[in-house]
Design a protein around this ligand. Structure first.
Ligand SMILES: Nc1ncnc2c1ncn2[C@@H]1O[C@H](COP(=O)(O)OP(=O)(O)O)[C@@H](O)[C@H]1O
Ligand SMILES: [Mg+2]
Length: 228
């Protein structure tokens, strides 16, 4: 497909939303057309399901049922937002995607083979070119979320943020294990440092992964090429 598909993964408060905004600005400064989207949600239909999932209303369905709702939302998001953008040649920056389901619903005890079936059905062949895992210790992420809830009116932690520290720690380990297993598409970014450092690492990962798109624009790649 003509476009580029980058997903952001990591726990609550890792800095995904913050860094997506930064990367958008960076890519636009290089003349790219950027679509920012998120999961669950990212299309009108999927945003309705987001509401059910994050409010906890769908919790009664159990982890397997919730996983189906995530898949339903993802299918609509892929069909109505992601795939059309990639066909246009845009850069799609997605806040969480299928890896979050593997980790969150996997941690909640849903069988991996069942999750794989749902994932295959939902993504319909649309896999990320690059996944940026922003890694922070669970304590840091949660303290940032607590701070964020105090400073805006998001009404406190959602269904998934409000879980016990040990759950957040297990998710972190699962994300890191996934990044190892599928190292070809992952870049693990240390999100515990200051915003500018994290943003610089992300730009480096992106310009490295899509080097041909940044040739002649003064990127890091250019310097070594100029020397030859
Ligand atoms: N590297 C960082 N250092 C300190 N604070 C950060 C950093 N990255 C994000 N934050 C702050 O932490 C909070 C959570 O960041 P956010 O981008 O919303 O995380 P996420 O989308 O991964 O949940 C926000 O208030 C944000 O301003
Ligand atoms: Mg966010």
């Amino acid at each position: 497909m003509a476009g580029h598909f980058i997903t952001f993964e990591g726990g609550e408060g890792a800095g995904k939303s913050t860094q997506i905004a930064r990367l958008k600005t960076f890519l636009e400064s290089h003349g790219k057309t950027v679509v920012v989207t998120r999961e669950p949600g990212g299309s009108p239909g999927a945003e309705k399901i987001r509401q059910l999932l994050l409010s906890g209303e769908a919790k009664d369905l159990g982890p397997r049922g919730e996983a189906m709702l995530f898949a339903t939302a993802r299918a609509d998001h892929v069909d109505t937002t992601i795939k059309p953008a990639l066909e246009r040649g845009d850069w799609v920056l997605c806040d969480r995607y299928a890896d979050s389901t593997r980790v969150y619903q996997g941690e909640a005890g849903v069988d991996a083979a069942y999750l794989k079936l749902l994932e295959t059905a939902a993504v319909a062949g649309i896999y990320p070119d690059l996944t940026l895992l922003i890694d922070v210790p669970a304590e840091i992420g949660l303290s940032r979320v607590a701070e964020r809830s105090r400073s805006d009116d998001s009404g406190g932690p959602d269904r998934f943020e409000g879980e016990a520290l040990k759950v957040h720690k297990r998710r972190r380990e699962m994300f890191l294990a996934l990044a190892k297993e599928e190292a070809h598409r992952f870049a693990v970014i240390d999100g515990s440092r200051d915003l500018d450092k994290v943003a610089a690492d992300i730009q480096k990962a992106v310009t490295g992964a899509f080097a041909e798109e940044f040739e002649g624009t003064g990127g890091a790649k250019k310097v070594s090429e100029a020397a030859t």
